[in-house]
Design a protein around this ligand. Structure first.
Ligand code: SAH
Ligand code: F3S
Length: 467
């Protein structure tokens, strides 16, 4: 048999946040080591894995319909392994097998390290395998925490879409009690990774030619660990990672408003490699709504925090998340969110319609009473206001030169080739603004400066310097 006939083919599809994108990358790496090769179509695969998201209903619906479409394939090729990984697996476990009995594997985010063995068991005919962590409240915290095993295996350069960019988890889980959010339930208690482990991973990435590292955590600015008898917070961690040769840019997401401390803002101001980019979700501009959401701050406190960012790091790009149509949100509450968006001048905001998630406090205690049409209207209205601000904000770059890290061909560039090796490329500024420009494909992975000649709400259009 030839090597390629012996290799097992893996297809993995990812829904959801950056944490899921990272998990899929790490799953793919661990399975490559177990002898799989990646393919880009489920039809060509021996194992089809979905890494899933439970944050909104829509994300779950997408996976259930994709699973439905695979029923026929499974009938024709019973040997194909179909797996559901991640947050939906933790939340829905038995429900998944009930709705899609052709699924072979259900693996929660705290069990991903077991995947190679679980796949082997399915292949050996041992039937469907379900591995999930303990539910919160099912045992004491220590046991629940232990059941969410860390999954941060060795990094190989091969699987990342861009060799010069990487995400690194610094903490898993979440201990906040935002009423709408399923994350603490499906990702388990907050656990910070040891400093030395993070440092070793970033050093290894730097050795592989990685220039930009994004540190991930649900409340990343609450990072805390003990190292050599001292407490290391995010500001200290950034300082340590800043010293690693080869790394040029450091980012971190997502920030929790109440933990945006002065030492962290000073680190962003003083450490050259730390990008002045801060994602700090506000969720709402109404105190009544924030209280029902159990966010733990008032809009006045959010505004004060924002003022301190503006004062300490005046050129920082601040971005936010908002939920519209949360339980009991009145027109007046919504107008307060509109005011916050108008006044805060976020670089951009992610706006979501409230989606009641079974198992969360708001789903069990509060009525989902804002009609869908009203949610939709508020969503569009807020988005239009934010877009106008984003466009104005982007226009200040016209005629200016910015430094970008080139990621590779843009979406259009992948389809359209302008000839003579020149394609439309896309890169990002330190503030995470997208810049597209025409240039030779070999510029991918380079840090260079371009002049901005055009701007809209989401994109800056640049030109390489002449000559
Ligand atoms: N701290 C996390 C938040 C995860 S959820 C992070 O790393 O980003 C991401 C965003 O989804 C939240 O900020 C919130 O705006 C939105 N969201 C969470 N639960 C939601 C729900 N039930 N309905 C609508 N949007 C929700
Ligand atoms: Fe969710 Fe709030 Fe944590 S939005 S991830 S519970 S900070």
């Amino acid at each position: 048999m030839t090597a390629s006939r012996m290799a097992k083919h893996l297809y993995i599809q990812t829904v959801g946040c950056q944490m899921n994108v990272l998990d899929s990358e790490l799953v793919a790496e661990s399975l490559l080591r177990a002898g799989y090769v990646l393919v880009d179509s489920p039809r060509a695969a021996d194992a089809i894995l979905f890494n899933t998201c439970s944050v909104r209903q829509h994300a779950e619906d997408k996976v259930y319909s994709a699973l439905g479409r695979l029923k026929h394939l499974k009938e024709c090729r019973p040997g194909t392994i179909i797996g559901v990984l991640g947050c939906m697996a933790q939340k829905d476990r038995h429900e998944i097998l009930r709705r899609a009995p052709h699924v072979d594997l259900v693996v929660g985010p705290g069990q991903l390290g077991q995947l190679p063995q679980l796949l082997e068991r399915v292949a050996a005919g041992q039937g469907p395998q379900i591995e999930v962590s303990l539910d919160r409240g099912a045992a004491d915290r220590r046991r629940v925490q232990a059941s969410f095993a860390p999954f941060d295996p060795q990094r190989a350069a091969g699987v990342r879409p861009h060799r010069h960019q990487a995400m690194v988890r610094i903490m898993a889980g979440c201990d906040k009690c935002c009423a709408f959010c399923i994350v603490p339930r499906v990702r388990g208690p907050e656990q910070c990774r040891p400093v030395q482990e993070i440092e070793a991973e970033v050093r290894q990435l730097a050795d592989q030619g990685c220039l930009e590292v994004t540190l991930l955590g649900q409340t990343v600015n609450n990072y805390k660990a003990t190292f050599e008898g001292r407490t290391v917070r995010l500001s200290d961690l950034l300082e340590r990672l800043h010293a690693i040769e080869g790394i040029r840019r450091l980012r971190f997401v997502t920030n929790y408003p109440r933990h945006m401390t002065s030492d962290l803002l000073q680190a962003v101001r003083d450490l050259e490699k730390v990008c002045p980019y801060l994602h700090v979700p506000a969720q709402s501009g109404s105190n009544a709504v924030l209280r029902r959401m159990k966010r733990g701050y008032t809009v006045e406190q959010y505004r004060e925090m924002l003022a301190e960012i503006r004062q300490t790091v005046p050129h920082a790009a601040v971005t936010s998340d908002f939920i519209v149509g949360f339980c009991g949100e009145t027109e007046e509450d919504f107008q307060q969110t509109v005011d916050l968006v108008r006044q805060s001048r976020f670089k951009n905001s992610f706006i979501f319609k409230y989606s009641a998630r079974p198992g969360t406090r708001s789903a069990s205690l509060l009525a989902d009473d804002v009609p869908e049409a009203v949610k939709r209207r508020r969503n569009n209205e807020l988005l239009a206001i934010q877009n106008a601000i984003s466009e104005e904000d982007n226009r200040q770059f016209l005629g200016r030169t910015v430094e970008i890290l080139v990621e590779g061909p843009s979406k259009t560039g992948r389809k359209r080739n302008t000839g003579e090796g020149v394609v439309q490329l896309s890169g990002r500024t330190v503030c995470d603004r997208i810049v597209v420009f025409d240039g030779p494909a070999e510029l991918a992975g380079r840090l260079l400066t371009v002049e901005i000649v055009k701007a809209d709400a989401v994109t800056l259009f640049g030109e390489l310097p002449k000559g």
